[in-house]
Ligand binder design. Structure first.
Ligand SMILES: Cc1cc2nc3c(=O)[nH]c(=O)nc-3n(C[C@H](O)[C@H](O)[C@H](O)COP(=O)(O)OP(=O)(O)OC[C@H]3O[C@@H](n4cnc5c(N)ncnc54)[C@H](O)[C@@H]3O)c2cc1C
Length: 487
């Protein structure tokens, strides 16, 4: 049964991946008096790119006891998981628990957790899911937004939340040559094409991060035995987890760090100190991650840019770690001689019949090297510089002058209170930014625990605005709304 909720303030969340879905859920759970609509083309809210994969070897890369939709209840997912298994509702998974007793379930299971949490609110009509993409939008005369959806319907919102996640991957320039050839798989998330590769295919993967590891694990599970080469600028691959140990006592906030070089020195010193205390770098990084937003806030734009330029790869490979099951596959293949990592820059690719000749310049070397492959898979990750252009909703807002890229090219310019900042530097309380799109402001905003905490701040901001509605009503609440599909 669908109930009609007569709230005046209409919140439209564009994008129903983990961030958008978690925000909708937090607003519903906290009974914030607003009308909640989520526009998301995928059939289930909460899955997004990360948790849609049905591939059994794609696992969460943060132990289950730290994955949650509720920052104040970090073990929420873990409890759900244990209850689901005990009741027989969730199928057993013998590989899920590591020797150290930590759970790394399939990513699909985490998606199911989010979808189940939302289900009662969707059934009651408290949260409305519009299964479409926002194709365009306009500003109405009363200041509200009119959204044109890909199914030709229209909805209106007084507050927009942009939760469109990571932009799609772009092809590195040398790969354009292969664009129309069957040997090129343009993105990691293409199970059908990856499944079609022969058992002995020689595979080149561009990129050595988590996306690359996902592809290796998938190929391995489907019985692939040919050689896989991962080519990346630094040749560094994502690290794995170690059993939880003690905590680092390092403090990166007092005194505040103002320079990227100083931060690097402090991290190195902290690793040495932690090692002297019997910990390893994992403890130091855990601490760094916890204090990440404060550290980022203390740096000016110039030092933030320096940090990204020189230390980003190092940060990424230590921060975004592999699930132990995936790490085991990679290590086994390396020992078997079926997986290698190469540091270098892609120079040229040339289709030669059924194969591809690839040239790269090794890191620190001058002479190019080349080899032949049967397939090239691009896992170079989201094209951050194309965040706005690649999404029609963001493009429409940028055209209206309402949003702007953040100066470091990580996402959108965002204020302290998660409001969109336009090109003139003005924050807009009607447009809020959720999830990785707000990364430029917070520095570190990719993992589910961080996204859940950030959308918590957005939920509080919306609750604050909802309280003002009776006072500001003539200004911020639309009384019209004649649309093809009014909400
Ligand atoms: C492959 C992968 C695995 C990950 N694994 C983990 C993990 O194990 N643990 C962890 O902590 N973190 C993990 N992360 C990181 C983290 O969980 C994600 O960053 C998080 O899912 C971000 O969610 P999001 O909703 O902001 O973005 P997304 O998940 O990208 O969702 C954005 C949604 O917006 C929709 N959308 C985009 N444009 C429009 C539009 N115009 N109209 C309507 N809808 C639109 C898309 O359809 C999409 O569903 C992973 C990330 C990836 C990519």
């Amino acid at each position: 049964m669908s109930l009609n909720y007569p709230f005046r303030l209409r919140v439209v969340i564009i994008g129903g991946g983990f961030s958008g879905a978690t925000l909708a859920w937090q607003l519903a759970e906290e009974q914030v008096p607003v009308r909640i609509s989520v526009v998301e083309p995928r059939p289930e809210l909460g899955r997004g790119l990360a948790y849609s994969s049905g591939e059994p070897c794609h696992r969460i890369n943060v132990p289950a006891h730290r994955m949650t939709m509720q920052p104040e209840r970090p073990e929420d997912f873990m409890h759900w998981l244990v209850r689901g298994r005990a009741s027989g509702r969730l199928e057993t998974d013998p590989e899920e628990i590591t020797l150290q007793g930590e759970h790394f379930p399939r990513r699909e299971i985490f998606g199911r957790y989010v979808a189940e949490r939302l289900a009662p609110h969707l059934q009651s009509g408290r949260i409305r899911h519009h299964r479409a993409r926002v194709a365009d939008l306009a500003k109405a005369i009363d200041g509200s937004f009119e959204l044109m959806l890909s199914d030709d319907s229209r909805i209106r919102g007084d507050i927009l939340v942009l939760a469109t996640g990571h932009p799609p991957t772009a092809l590195p320039r040398p790969l354009a040559e292969l664009r129309d050839r069957p040997q090129l798989i343009g993105e990691a998330d293409d199970p059908a094409r990856i499944a079609s590769l022969g058992k002995d295919a020689r595979v080149l993967i561009l990129g050595a991060g988590l996306g690359s590891a996902d592809v290796v694990a998938r190929l391995d599970r489907q019985g692939h035995e040919g050689p896989i080469t991962c080519l990346s600028r630094h040749g560094l691959r994502s690290r794995g987890h170690v059993p939880a140990g003690g905590e680092s006592r390092a403090d990166f906030t007092d005194p505040p760090i103002r320079r990227a070089s100083k931060l690097l020195r402090r991290v190195r010193d902290a690793v040495v100190d932690d090692e002297a205390q019997g910990q390893d770098w994992h403890a130091t990084f855990h601490r760094l991650r916890a204090q990440g937003a404060q550290i980022w806030a203390g740096l000016d734009q110039c030092n933030r840019a320096r940090l990204l330029r020189h230390l980003r790869t190092l940060w990424d490979v230590h921060r975004y770690r592999l699930a132990p099951q995936v790490e085991a596959v990679l290590e086994r293949r390396i020992v078997e001689g079926k997986l290698s990592y190469v540091a270098g820059r892609l120079v040229e690719v040339e289709g030669q019949g059924a194969t591809v000749r690839v040239s790269w310049r090794p890191r620190g070397g001058n002479a190019a090297e080349q080899a032949d492959f049967d397939a090239v898979i691009n896992t170079t990750g989201p094209a951050q510089g194309r965040t706005i252009e690649s999404n029609p909703a963001l493009w429409a807002l940028a055209r209206l002058g309402l949003i702007a890229p953040d100066p470091l090219g990580l996402g959108l310019a965002t204020s302290q209170t998660c409001q969109a900042v336009d090109a003139a530097g003005m924050a807009n309380p009607r447009i809020l930014i959720a999830g990785p799109l707000a990364r430029g402001h917070l520095g570190e905003l990719v993992g589910a625990p961080e996204c859940a905490a950030q959308v918590g701040a957005i939920a509080r901001e919306i609750a604050r605005q909802a309280l003002l509605v009776p006072i500001l009503r003539p200004v911020i609440v639309s009384t019209g709304g004649a649309t093809a599909n009014p909400t």
